[in-house]
Design a protein around this ligand. Structure first.
Ligand SMILES: Nc1ncnc2c1ncn2[C@@H]1O[C@H](COP(=O)(O)OP(=O)(O)OP(=O)(O)O)[C@@H](O)[C@H]1O
Ligand SMILES: [Mg+2]
Length: 318
């Protein structure tokens, strides 16, 4: 390994991590969001007030929900996204805090809107302040990440309060605010808890990888990242068997697959190799899962039996 290779590896990896791959989920999300955004802008211009709508982006851990939302907002022109000199904040985005009490969630929303609460207030007052600040900052969308946590450990009464708070944002009389909820499958239970909320939601499930149809695309993704990294990859390495193993290793999640390709390229870089090969995928998986080679997806013939979400598996306590 030369010093030059070792020294610039972090920069090369950072470049790869900044790359964003689009699939049909991102296109669907963007189309839905732009439709709602455009509608809202027209209503504002016309001085009309209509109920807002909610988009729910649902997928497993590592599917790429947080990244999809960040990318969606960052790539729209003319949106004010950060607390800066402008009093306008078109999109406010926060992650559900823990504990996810209505009061604490409201307080987090207020902080996101640039307001720090100095006195203890009731959940009701906090949420009326949130609505006032959303209006003052002309916020059109509120993005709540890890939204499934809104229902974790809630009593039925608290759950009703959460759902009616979400509805009241959409139905606000003077400043309705659209919602983007991103979360895991439990988020469906939250939405389906109330038919009035459910009918205002456009659900989008993050598409999972399917080796029967996605094999070529996956091999192209490996080639694309390798090229951006300045690392060679032979046609021999880029075979359907590698794609099938990678899909399984990533538990069919798109985000994890991209992450694993980058980490495999990093393995090639840190060993000073100019070419990425299957062995780099093997060591990537070994490092991630902490497993023995018998349970490594890139080694075992019967790789589909391996539970890839299980860490540090040594095959002795199954
Ligand atoms: N479109 C994409 N292009 C490239 N990399 C992506 C893409 N989407 C996600 N990733 C990568 O996949 C990994 C997981 O993404 P992310 O954190 O967005 O998943 P998530 O669904 O929010 O997971 P969790 O539910 O655990 O928060 C990250 O390393 C992220 O950079
Ligand atoms: Mg996330």
């Amino acid at each position: 390994m030369t010093d030059r290779v070792a020294a610039n590896t972090p920069q090369r990896i950072a470049t790869l991590q900044r790359m964003f791959s689009k699939n049909r989920t991102h296109r669907k999300l963007e189309e839905r969001f732009l439709n709602l955004l455009e509608r809202r802008r027209v209503e504002l211009q016309a001085g009309m007030i209509a109920e807002a709508r909610c988009i729910a982006l649902i997928g497993a851990s590592g599917s790429g929900k947080t990244r999809a939302a960040e990318h969606l907002f960052a790539t729209q022109p003319d949106l004010v996204l950060h607390n800066c000199d402008s009093s306008r904040l078109d999109i406010a985005s926060f992650q559900v805090p823990s504990p996810a009490t209505l009061k604490f969630v409201g307080q987090t929303a207020l902080e996101t809107l640039g307001y720090e609460l100095r006195r203890d207030r009731s959940a009701q007052i906090i949420w009326s302040m949130v609505k006032a600040h959303l209006q003052a900052r002309r916020t059109m969308f509120l993005h709540i990440d890890e939204a499934q946590d809104l229902m974790r450990h809630q009593t039925p009464r608290e759950l009703n309060a959460v759902v009616s708070t979400l509805k009241s944002l959409l139905q606000h009389k003077s400043w309705p605010v659209g919602l983007l909820l991103t979360g895991t499958a439990e988020l469906k239970t939250l939405i389906n808890h109330d038919p009035q909320l459910a009918r205002r939601v456009f659900p989008i499930e993050v598409a999972r990888l399917n080796i029967l149809v996605d094999s070529d695309r996956i091999l192209k993704a490996i080639a694309h990242y390798a090229k951006a990294a300045g690392i060679a990859v032979s046609a021999d390495t880029l075979n359907p068997d590698l794609a099938a193993r990678l899909v399984h290793a990533a538990d069919r999640e798109f985000g994890l697959m991209n992450e694993m390709i980058i980490q495999s390229l990093e393995e090639a870089m840190i060993t000073g190799d100019e070419e990425v090969r299957r062995e780099h995928f093997t060591s990537m998986f070994r490092k991630r899962a902490g497993c023995v080679d018998g349970l490594n997806v890139f080694v075992d013939d019967d790789f589909e039996r391996i539970d890839v979400r299980r860490l540090l598996d040594h095959g002795d306590d199954a």
